[in-house]
Ligand binder design. Structure first.
Ligand code: ZN
Length: 223
């Protein structure tokens, strides 16, 4: 369907959630991730967005959870390399550490890339919503450099009501998006800025044509 349309698939979003301590669940989660790697290759997407998974209630150990994720990513490296795809490690906001991701900062993403030693496979996705709070952001973005392979833009609403599904349109919230964009570009990033607004109570309810029109406007004025 995509062939000949002129559309670019910037990334496939998302796969991962591989934090379980249970051996059987681990096998299923890794299989699912391999399927996502195959899908990424099939649609010719630029990268696969990787979301680590949260702390497991049976475990409650942040350090061992992170180690499991890192070990499993290391084991998956040959599979991703053979498929010829890039995996974008996406830090999510620390408030998601319980349910969605134990990867919560650009520093940790850099540390994981250092540990994985596979720069041809692993990169980093920077999402303004996830990283804007971070006082080490400028330094860690500079450290990331060419590891940055995706850049997501969206805003943090002052009265946000849901940690995942209440993102704001660029310009409606508190994030200095042009400031973060300058840091990302200073680090060497020179590709798409992907608008990623999960918004159950607002934008998903509106007429898609209206949403697209406003996205295009804000892309000019607030990114
Ligand atoms: Zn994102």
């Amino acid at each position: 369907m995509l062939k000949g349309t002129g559309l670019v698939v910037t990334s496939l979003c998302a796969a991962g959630l591989i934090t379980t301590p249970d051996p059987q669940e681990t096998i299923a989660a890794i299989d699912e991730l391999k399927r996502a790697i195959d899908d990424t290759a099939a649609v010719g997407a630029g990268s696969l967005m990787f979301v680590a998974g949260g702390v497991d209630p049976r475990d409650k150990n942040l350090e061992s959870t992170r180690k499991r994720v890192l070990d499993r990513l290391a084991a998956l490296t040959p599979y991703a390399r053979a498929a010829g795809i890039k995996i974008a490690l996406e830090p999510l906001h620390p408030m998601t550490c319980g349910l969605r991701s134990v990867l919560n900062s650009t520093k940790t993403a850099n540390d994981w890339c250092d540990a994985l030693r596979a720069e041809d496979v692993f990169g980093i996705a920077i999402d303004t919503y996830a990283v804007w709070w971070d006082h080490d952001l400028e330094r860690e973005l500079a450290r990331a450099g060419k590891r940055i392979i995706n850049f997501h833009v969206d805003d943090w609403l002052a009265d946000t009501q849901d940690l995942r599904l209440d993102r704001g349109m660029m310009g409606d919230g508190l994030i200095d998006i042009p400031g973060i964009r300058r840091m990302v570009e200073a680090a060497g990033y020179d590709s798409y800025r992907e608008v990623e607004i999960f918004s159950q109570r607002d934008w998903w309810k509106r007429d898609p044509d209206e949403v697209l029109r406003i996205v295009k406007e804000r892309y000019q004025t607030a990114v």
